[in-house]
Design a protein around this ligand. Structure first.
Ligand SMILES: Cc1ncc(COP(=O)(O)O)c(C=O)c1O
Length: 375
């Protein structure tokens, strides 16, 4: 990208080689360009939650904000909410910091540890935000590829740790490969490095185990940070809410680095209300998992596709057909105003695309379109 000349010499040195992030799609712009209503677009490209009923959430939102005084700043400590999360995660509130989405916490962690002399290791292919945030600090970036079967290459990760390595990012379950890495592999990395290890568990509610709840790694290793998101299993992508769990000293630093009111009063009140109704959310998580397993089974019937197992609310698919290109698939879906995610430009993911597990009727429609494409 060209920056206007008059500003270029004023840019932060950290942004010298910075590639601005241009990935996100604006639904109103997209709808306007196509001359359609935003409501007619089916989004299966961002791993959002199509099961939690928006009206149920709306009712809870209205109930929860009844007593909020928005003339006042929110509680900067999110004290009542963190107490509930602490009880739920069986940790202390000092172990928790709230974020304006997990993205906010990734950014805070990056700003806490990195400068232009630092390096981060990121296990790829994965979520792009770690790289993007690190590049804003001018830090160097060491990608370590998964093995071709998408297992962690722990030896290679450990071998790539350099004196200036500050953070290792692992997303588990991983977006977009949809698999969760084993406790043994994560433990092996922790036993071999004192660098910060961030495990992004944005999709963990759809998976087999959780690092904090099902292991004692957090008690053993004070360089471990775990990220959780409310955007996926809780259906709150529009509210922007997530949290990090880690050593109290790290959490204290992060609290100074974030913007002091990064977690607004509405998000706090809504989450407190939703924790009282967790059974409903848990039942929806179960529904998503069942629908996912059904959809994987149906998709597997196409010879033209390879379907990867999933511990998330999305599915990674690889085209097996020389005749049909990824662009044909994307275009076929676009003609029906369905957005899917092309992942074929990522390492190891030649010919791959990703779809969110949507409602049964949308999934049937997706199967029908794929059927037409492969006939
Ligand atoms: C692995 C991963 N981490 C974090 C995020 C961002 O989550 P949030 O909406 O909580 O910022 C995403 C969003 O897609 C993701 O896939």
């Amino acid at each position: 990208m060209t920056i206007k000349k008059k500003y270029s010499n004023l840019l932060s040195i950290y942004l010298k080689d910075f590639e601005p992030y241009v990935g996100e799609i604006s639904i109103p712009i997209f709808a306007e360009q196509r001359g359609i209503s935003p409501n007619s677009i089916i989004k299966v490209d961002a791993n959002e939650n199509d099961f939690i009923e928006p009206n149920w959430l709306r009712t809870k939102l209205i109930e929860s904000i009844k007593d909020i005084d928005i003339t006042r700043y929110p509680d900067p400590q999110s004290y009542e909410l963190r107490k509930i999360i602490a009880e739920n995660e069986k940790i202390k509130i000092e172990n928790i910091i709230m974020g304006n989405g997990t993205d906010d916490l990734i950014d805070c962690i990056i700003r806490m540890f990195l400068d232009h002399k630092s390096d981060i290791i990121v296990v790829e292919p994965t979520f792009s935000m770690y790289k993007y945030s690190a590049s804003m600090m001018g830090a160097s970036y060491t990608p370590v590829l998964l093995k071709p079967n998408f297992k962690l290459d722990t030896e290679k990760i450990i071998a790539n740790v350099k004196p200036n390595t500050k953070i290792i990012f692992i997303c588990s379950p991983n977006n977009p490969t949809a698999n969760q890495f084993s406790i043994e592999e994560i433990t092996e990395i922790l036993e071999n490095t004192d660098k910060i290890l961030v495990i992004d568990e944005a999709y963990v509610d759809f998976a087999s185990y959780s690092i904090n709840k099902d292991t004692d790694l957090l008690k053993k290793f004070d360089n471990l940070i775990i990220l959780k998101s409310y955007s996926k299993s809780w259906g709150l992508a529009g509210i922007r809410a997530g949290y990090a769990i880690g050593d109290p000293d790290i959490i204290l630093y992060l609290r100074s680095i974030r913007k002091v009111y990064n977690f607004n009063a509405v998000a706090q009140a809504l989450l407190i209300e939703l924790y009282k109704n967790y059974n409903y959310i848990a039942s929806k998580i179960q529904e998503i998992k069942s629908e996912r397993d059904w959809l994987i089974n149906e998709l597997s019937k196409f010879d033209d596709l390879h379907i990867y197992p999933s511990e998330t609310n999305f599915i990674l698919l690889r085209l097996n057909n020389e005749r049909i290109k990824i662009k044909d698939v994307i275009d076929k879906f676009l003609t029906q105003n369905i957005l899917i995610r092309d992942r074929s430009n990522l390492p190891l993911l030649n010919n791959c695309f990703r779809i969110t597990v949507s409602t049964h009727s949308t999934n049937q429609y997706i199967l029908k379109l794929l059927g037409e494409l492969f006939q």
